[in-house]
Design a protein around this ligand. Structure first.
Ligand code: 7TS
Length: 414
């Protein structure tokens, strides 16, 4: 099935959707229309089966036992790491660290890289588009070290203001941390320019790829980023598992951030020798079934192909933008020239939470609120927005149903 383009993906939609048990349900008496993929996407049977197979036949601890099950579990776990490496085009599995998700990946860099290198006068540079997961860890490390958090501005379309970014990048900047795609608005950030500008000053760059990973082909060598963080549950994989890619030379120089089993070579009461990469950053028993499920999710997505997924999702984005724009009183928040497949909007006279509750009565799941990006809401002077976020398994019919449900909510509130 590899090499699909957007239209052949559309033709295969019935078969693709049948891979997802969650999508086959009725919610509140209506077929589920799942448009909250930005929060978490659904898992195909292949992933569910892989987790079940692990629990039924392979479960054991990894890297520990000489017995057969431990060896099989270790092989499956390390095989998943190699899938991630290939998916990101990282040079080595030493650069692939399993974490609980994007949030933990960013905290790892903040606590290990940040705490060990930052001091008074040093600066961390983020953007005004960040999820709280790429703000609060830096605030914490700044509070602990005396460093300062700087924020590059955005414009009214929800695009990064590159001149503000350039002005904020200074001789004191020690790290740039930015989202690849904004979860609140869908804006794709100019990460190539960001990396080039930062590297010209010798500053490493962390990319928060939580919202990019299901939509864009990620090649960490082409991006030339120093860290890349993402979560399994936004890539049709399990929750509680995620990845931190890190450039090997940086990871080598960073201290561990959590201590415990697996991250050591030897321990005595006089001192400890740490394990090699990537285990130095994987203290304790990892989420073995989660990693295996993520490996299978990567296989699943790769088989469809990210170019086909991106083409279909761009079609959905354009269709949704056009159709929603016909609704009087509806305002789309975030109109960047380069967007991933999500639409944030407000409807005059209806609080987003009320709208979300009404849509739920028709089986339509959207996210409403500040999307863990309160500074973005503050910038637009809004308490919240409604957000429809699309996966490759969504259809234009589902967008039509969204439009009809918004219009009937308007009649209810009139
Ligand atoms: N960064 C971005 C850009 C995100 O969108 C999210 C989750 C995170 C970090 C945190 O990911 P986690 O897996 O560690 O929780 N975003 C959302 C969302 O938009 N709606 O629910 C979760």
């Amino acid at each position: 099935m590899s090499g699909l383009d957007g239209s052949t993906l559309a033709a295969a939609m019935g078969r693709l959707r049948s891979d997802f048990p969650v999508l086959q349900q009725n919610i509140n008496g209506h077929p589920l229309v799942y448009l909250d993929n930005g929060a978490s996407s659904q898992r195909p049977l292949a992933v569910i089966e892989a987790e079940r197979h692990y629990a039924s036949h392979l479960h054991s601890n990894v890297h520990r036992g000489v017995h057969s099950l431990s060896a099989l579990a270790t092989d499956a776990f390390e095989g998943a790491r190699d899938n991630v490496r290939r998916f990101l085009n990282a040079r080595s599995t030493r650069e692939i660290i399993f974490t609980r998700g994007t949030t933990e990946s960013i905290n790892l860099v903040a606590q290990s890289y940040g705490r060990s290198r930052l001091g008074v006068g040093d600066e961390i540079l983020i953007t005004a588009l960040e999820h709280h997961s790429n703000i609060v860890p830096w605030q914490m490390v700044c509070a602990a070290t005396g460093a300062t958090l700087k924020v590059a501005a955005i414009n009214r379309r929800g695009e990064l203001d590159l001149s503000s970014f350039k002005a904020a990048l200074s001789a004191q900047t020690r790290l740039v941390a930015t989202s690849h795609v904004s979860n609140a608005l869908g804006s794709v950030l100019p990460v190539a320019e960001i990396v080039a500008l930062a590297h010209a000053q010798g500053v490493p760059v962390l990319l928060d790829g939580a919202q990019a990973i299901p939509h864009l082909t990620i090649d960490v060598q082409a991006l030339d980023c120093d860290f890349y963080a993402f979560s399994g549950h936004k890539l049709y994989g399990p929750d509680g598992i995620g990845v931190l890619y890190g450039r090997e030379s940086l990871l080598e120089a960073m201290p561990p951030w959590q201590g415990g089993g697996d991250m050591i070579l030897s321990v005595s009461f006089t001192g400890t020798t740490y394990n090699q990469l990537p285990y130095k950053f994987e203290a304790g028993t990892p989420h073995i079934s989660g990693a295996i499920g993520l490996g299978v999710a990567i296989d699943y997505v790769s088989k469809i192909g990210l170019p086909a997924i991106a083409a279909w999702e761009q079609h959905l984005l354009e269709y949704a933008t056009t159709q929603l724009s016909t609704i009087e009183g509806l305002t789309i928040i975030g109109t960047a020239a380069d967007k991933a497949s999500l639409v944030s909007f407000t409807v005059e006279g209806i609080h987003p939470h009320d709208l979300g509750t009404i849509l739920d009565q028709s089986g339509i799941a959207i996210r409403t609120g500040h999307h863990c990006a309160m500074p973005v809401m503050q910038f637009f002077g809004l308490p919240a927005t409604a957000r429809a976020s699309f996966a490759f398994y969504n259809t234009t019919d589902e967008i039509d149903q969204l439009v009809i449900a918004v219009q009937s909510a308007q009649r209810l509130f009139r």
